[in-house]
Design a protein around this ligand. Structure first.
Ligand code: BJW
Length: 252
């Protein structure tokens, strides 16, 4: 199917749905200039995940890990949402004005969906602009926008311990309140989009499988096929910043 025909089919599936959930990954921010994790030019090509994105790595060398996050935070200060982010905001608005439920589940930590105006967002892997105490002294989450950071590692204002990024590293549990809300929405959802994600990291990788196993459609948008593609109801091969606006333009 040529892209416009698949986009029209996707628009029809949205019109027929009552609860649309969109799962996004790093590919959605790629056109804003944020590197993805896997594949060509992916972050993990240049850095060793085990020395950076685990709690053990952080405890072993908080300064080293913080320098990596400080560098990425700095990059993000000059980054703007792209047409894909804005199309998802338009989709949410369209759903709400047509009596449909909508939620956006993102694995991205870059805040760009919020900047673009999305409202019902679950950031399941956290947010790079937030920090929390490594000792969990108060369980508070702080917003910390300073970039570059004046002091590395930053200090907890409550116990003078070390602050860590509020990001879910490998082997860590996702926030139980967030994951509970996502699961509740997935239970109600009758159309799921997966956009710009390799669908390799759990539990997010299980969401499209869950929806398909309940007999509901899943539309995948990606520049290349993933392990999930053979199970997708529709696969739209393309840039999210091009494919998503094309679909939303077809809604009336
Ligand atoms: C475009 C595009 C364009 C490019 N347009 N497309 C069950 C089975 C097996 C393993 C596990 C399991 N349960 C838990 C695990 C362990 C682990 C896991 O899943 N490992 C897998 C690697 C197998 N999961 C966890 O540890 C999770 N915790 C958990 O489940 O707790 C309970 C538990 C713990 C331990 C054991 C059992 C249970 C936590 C996962 C946290 C993930 N955190 C990271 C790093 C954050 C750090 C940081 O950013 O600094 O989050 S990993 C990294 O991958 C990041 C991302 O959010 C995540 C997903 O990546 P994403 O978004 O899909 O990006 P890419 O790069 O992979 O793909 C981009 C895609 O876009 C590509 O397909 C491109 O083609 C495409 N693309 N440009 C459209 N313009």
């Amino acid at each position: 199917m040529v892209e416009t025909a698949v986009q029209a089919k996707a628009a029809d599936l949205i019109k027929a749905a009552s609860f649309v959930v969109v799962l996004t990954g790093a590919g959605v921010s790629q056109e804003s200039g944020v590197p993805t994790f896997r594949g060509k030019d992916g972050l993990w090509d240049k850095y060793d995940v085990t020395t950076l994105a685990t709690l053990d790595a952080f405890i072993g060398d908080p300064e080293y890990v913080w320098k990596w996050y400080d560098y990425r935070r700095n990059l993000l200060t000059s980054v703007r949402p792209n047409e894909g982010h804005y199309a998802l905001t338009r989709l949410e608005d369209w759903c709400s004005s047509h009596g449909k439920e909508f939620s956006l589940v993102t694995q991205n930590i870059d805040d760009l969906h919020r900047v673009a105006g999305s409202k019902r967002i679950y950031e399941i892997h956290g947010n790079i602009w937030q920090v929390k105490c490594l000792n969990a002294c108060t369980n508070k989450i702080y917003e910390m926008r300073e970039s570059p950071l004046g002091k590395i590692p930053p200090e907890c204002p409550d116990c003078n311990g070390i602050l860590r990024p509020n990001i879910v590293w490998f082997g860590e549990m996702l926030d139980p309140f967030v994951i509970h809300s996502v699961e509740a929405d997935l239970l109600e959802c009758d159309l799921l989009f997966t956009v710009g994600t390799s669908t390799t990291v759990y539990p997010a990788a299980s969401f499209p499988l869950t929806i398909r196993s309940r007999g509901h459609p899943v539309i995948e948008i990606n520049v290349e096929e993933t392990e999930f593609t053979p199970l997708a109801t529709l696969f739209i091969k393309g840039l999210s910043g091009h494919s998503l606006p094309g679909i939303v333009d077809l809604l009336s």
